[in-house]
Design a protein around this ligand. Structure first.
Ligand code: HGA
Length: 605
């Protein structure tokens, strides 16, 4: 999703800004821009193409400066056209970039029009630029503080003013913003990753903070306007660009990285000990009587899968909710419930807002399952479990999902043990199964050639149905989501037993039906559902376990998984669905790593 980079230095910082945008590019965007200050005021270049095009414009226009801001935009208000691309100017004196959404922009726009401001763009962002300009009395830091007090919604901003060379002011509320500290130069970005190569020392701004970057330092004011001291963190892990290696796309690379990602994620687990989830977790786990899982998209499906584990292994009531829905409905809070938030980036705006809402309702116990240790989510929860997926570049999540499942299984087993429902022998068995996962994943990945053969067929379809039962129903949901995200084929998932209650009406030979068929207690029921589809001429594509007696036949195509994986089966069964979506998208020639309209790390509500 959209990205911010800012810099104040004694050297030309355009290359730092462009390189920062390039590092954020994988998140998806539809336009980009950069502005620098020179003696006459801010000058800018903007593009509705790629950062590479912006770089060309900057080079051709000799854009240079020691103070600058830059942005990749994922449009929320106004089409992705040049006039709406950031940086947005106010009266050629001030330039501003913004991530987020200003909810009261219409009222502010009317007020500012009344003061004579002309609006050029359709963005909500333009009100921030004019508002700061209208409040500017020679001190940009003060003007920004006064302006943000009038904003409702979410924002991370970076702004510069022609009368204050060597100054960039930033502010955040609901969207991430981080300060990078250099020697005689300082930086600002929506993600520390953007500043890799420029610094390893960061300050992660807190909600409501306003900061002012100058050549020799940074000052920060908190929401009340008081000077604030924030911890400086050394974060070295951001170095080095991620290489594609022998793979065609990052998504393919990330699918194949899953054995490594899971090895790293389980490395911290020698036993199902509460301490894995942080200091004090034992006490928290003893205190709770239920779980409330809040997440979005793929992370929501990992939560749905976990519900089966948590209720069957630990016998703990578990509710799973879409974060953006939970936040806006009247729920009945239970202070003895552990709120679990799941997000790859730890910056998902909907999930952060839901977390805050839950805390506001009196939920005191919170746990984040997240892939980024420095994220807002980890900082705002009592307990955390870090998945070690490594940086995920593909917009369609793969290794983040399977490592989340590992984290959630570990949580279920840990709670089961604490509640006297896991004896030593079972614990040893589950640990053994977890350790076997990387090898098992490698065998599943070896099915790729068979899946490529199916993907040719799929690439000619416009619709697909996915079926699963029990804990594989969320896996069917995830398979359908992957296919629609990257191949743009309309796909839906149902628990197989629901077929006859409606969706069976859709089944014809033109509708492939993908079925996740592990050899579990529900297999016989699933086989009946398969016959219901065959009887109507439907084409079935079944991922069956090694010992399942489902064989190829008329209208029935079977790929056999190498083993039967028991309780961990969802972690294995999702992999062929990832590969099917990936190869179908490749056959259709879509932009797999940056699917249309989508963005990585969804930092707007
Ligand atoms: N609302 C602003 C910024 C959009 C954004 O944050 N996208 O991720 C706009 O539409 O320009």
């Amino acid at each position: 999703m959209c990205g911010i980079v800012g810099a104040v230095a004694q050297r030309n910082i355009v290359s730092v800004l462009i390189e920062g945008l390039r590092r954020l590019e994988y998140r998806g965007y539809d336009s980009c821009g950069v502005a620098v200050l020179d003696a006459r005021g801010p000058t800018r270049a903007r593009s509705v193409e790629r950062v590479a095009d912006l770089e060309g414009q900057v080079r051709d226009g000799n854009l240079e400066g020691v103070t600058g801001i830059a942005h990749t935009r994922w449009a929320t208000h106004g089409a992705p056209v040049t006039d709406n691309a950031h940086p947005i100017f106010s009266r050629d004196a001030l330039a501003l970039v913004h991530n987020g959404i200003i909810e009261n922009y219409e009222g502010l726009r009317e007020m500012l029009r009344g003061k004579g401001y002309e609006f050029i763009s359709q963005t909500d962002t333009e009100v921030i630029a004019h508002l700061i300009h209208s409040l500017y009395r020679g001190d940009l830091f003060a003007a920004v503080r006064a302006a943000v007090a009038q904003l409702h919604g979410a924002y991370a901003i970076a702004v510069l003013h022609k009368d204050q060379p060597h100054t960039v002011v930033g502010a955040r509320q609901g969207s991430p913003l981080v300060v990078g500290l250099g020697e005689g130069e300082n930086f600002l970005a929506s993600d520390a990753l953007a500043l890799a190569g420029s610094t390893e020392r960061f300050i992660f701004l807190e909600e409501g903070d306003v900061c002012e970057l100058s050549l020799d330092g940074v000052r920060i004011a908190d929401r009340q306007g008081e000077a604030a001291q924030r911890e400086v963190r050394q974060v070295a892990a951001y170095g080095g660009a991620v290489e594609l290696g022998p793979y065609r796309h990052f998504m393919q690379k990330e699918i194949f990285e899953q054995p490594r990602a899971i090895t790293d994620t389980i490395a911290q687990t020698d036993a199902f000990d509460a301490s894995i989830f942080g200091e004090g977790a034992g006490q928290v786990f003893a205190d709770i009587d239920s779980l409330l899982i809040l997440a979005c998209g793929t992370s929501y499906y990992s939560g749905l899968t976990a519900k089966y584990w948590l209720e069957s292994l630990a016998r703990i009531p578990t509710q799973v909710e879409i974060a953006s829905e939970y936040r806006y409905r009247e729920s009945v809070p239970n202070p003895k419930s552990l709120v679990v938030v799941i997000s790859q980036s730890g910056e998902t705006a909907d999930t952060l807002a839901a977390l805050k809402h839950a805390q506001g309702l009196g939920h005191k116990h919170t746990l984040a399952i997240c892939n980024v240790g420095t994220s807002a989510m980890v900082r705002q929860t009592e307990l955390s479990f870090l998945t070690h997926a490594g940086r995920e570049i593909g917009v369609a999540s793969t290794k983040a999902f399977t490592t989340q499942l590992v984290a959630l299984f570990t949580l279920a087993a840990t709670l089961a043990k604490l509640r006297g429902r896991l004896n030593d022998e079972q614990e040893a068995d589950y640990l053994k199964q977890l350790r076997h996962l990387p090898a098992a994943l490698n065998s599943v990945l070896a099915l790729e050639p068979q899946i490529i053969a199916w993907s040719e067929e799929f690439s000619r379809k416009e619709h697909a149905l996915f079926l699963g039962r029990g804990m594989h129903y969320p896996i069917a949901l995830e398979g359908a989501l992957k296919l629609k995200e990257i191949s743009y084929i309309h796909a839906e998932a149902y628990p197989a037993g629901e077929l006859k209650h409606g969706p069976l009406a859709l089944v014809t030979e033109a509708m492939p039906v993908v079925t996740v068929a592990p050899n579990d207690a529900l297999l016989e029921k699933l086989k009946s559902n398969i016959q219901e589809v065959r009887a109507r001429g439907g084409q079935l594509y079944v991922f069956a376990d090694a010992d399942t007696k489902i064989v190829n036949g008329e209208g029935l195509h079977v790929i056999r998984m190498p083993e039967h994986y028991g309780l961990l089966s969802p972690i294995l069964h999702v992999v062929p669905l990832q590969l099917l979506a990936y190869h179908t998208a490749c056959a259709r020639g879509t932009d797999v790593d940056k699917p249309r309209n989508l963005a990585k790390s969804v930092t707007v509500e």
